[in-house]
Design a protein around this ligand. Structure first.
Ligand code: C5P
Length: 301
């Protein structure tokens, strides 16, 4: 169902699921300064949403809890629109004016995709809205050009991301009940990478076999960005401790933080934990959701 905030008669709504780095290893650094990663990634049913409607001229409107805090994220949607339009023009495809509405439900600079999820959803949604198509290689180049996390957000399903984020290997993973918690203190991704003491860490030890006990496997892995992020942002320790005390089987930070996630045995336990956390910490961003399976219908591109 469309929220009342979407333009009436909105022709198409594309979800922009939150990203969770279930584990993240920093395994090296490129000559241009970008870091080489090995990351186990999934996405959640909760996220931003982007609506597309025909318009006489291009428009961009915003709603949602975090609409007022938007810095670069909105610009990333418009960059995605502009670059996609240019790529379509180069192949003789029409990309007429469009009213884009972003419902911003995810905190910004939070380690859960945010602007990258919005940029990827803009690419997916606009291709459908304009009934257009591009070769996968062109789309992949557009995505990585918008940001290192945009290719994984374009897929929006369980995957392993390597390189700086452009090498994607899809994998099967069940839906996991999860709580996302963020102190609403923005953390600068470049600052966290800079504060990382060791840039050449071992890759993740991911089995290839089927029948994996995912929560047990994830518990054995790590996020190399968590120690430097904790040094830069004192609130991460409090968030992490609160999630652990709420009954989570596993607690870890996502991306460069400050969002931490807890995994729970059931959706009911996740909801109960989120309700308790929200009562005790009304100033935090807390949401209970589930991770997406490979067949949830997201990531058409
Ligand atoms: O690509 P994006 O603009 O999302 O990255 C933001 C910043 O995060 C980069 O400027 C870089 O400092 C850092 N980064 C990195 N290695 C990555 C991804 C991001 O060093 N793989």
């Amino acid at each position: 169902m469309l929220s009342h905030a979407f333009p009436p008669g909105c022709a198409l709504v594309e979800p922009a699921p939150a990203k969770i780095n279930l584990a993240l290893a920093v395994v090296g650094q490129r000559a241009d300064g970008y870091h080489l990663l090995d990351s186990l990634v999934t996405f959640t049913a909760f996220g931003d949403r982007i609506g597309f409607s025909p318009a006489a001229e291009d428009r961009f409107t915003l709603s949602g809890r975090f609409a007022g805090t938007l810095g670069g994220d909105g610009n990333l949607v418009l960059s995605a629109r502009n670059r996609l339009r240019a790529a379509l023009a180069a192949t003789g495809q029409a990309a007429p004016p469009v009213h884009i509405h972003l419902e911003k439900n995810l905190p910004v600079a939070a380690g859960i995709g945010g602007g990258s999820a919005d940029a990827a959803a803009a690419l997916r949604g606009l291709l459908a809205f304009w009934r257009a198509g591009l070769p996968q290689a062109t789309l992949d180049a557009l995505a990585i050009g918008l940001g290192a996390d945009v290719p994984m957000c374009l897929a929006s399903r369980p995957l392993v991301a390597r390189g700086v984020g452009e090498e994607i290997v899809r994998l099967a993973m069940p839906a996991l009940p999860v709580v996302l918690a963020n102190p609403l203190v923005g953390v600068s991704t470049p600052a966290v990478f800079q504060a990382l003491a060791e840039k050449r860490n071992p890759p993740l030890d991911l089995p290839r076999a089927a029948g994996i006990d995912w929560p047990a496997l994830i518990a054995r892995l790590r996020n190399d960005l968590e120690p430097p992020a904790r040094r830069l942002c004192g609130e991460i320790a409090a968030i992490s401790d609160s999630l652990a005390a709420s009954g989570a089987g596993l607690v870890r930070m996502s991306g460069s933080g400050a969002t931490c996630f807890g995994l729970y045995a059931s959706p009911g336990e996740a909801r109960a934990a989120a309700d308790g956390l929200a009562r005790r910490h009304p100033d935090w961003f807390i949401v209970a959701t589930t991770t997406l399976c490979e067949d949830d219908g997201h990531g058409r591109a």
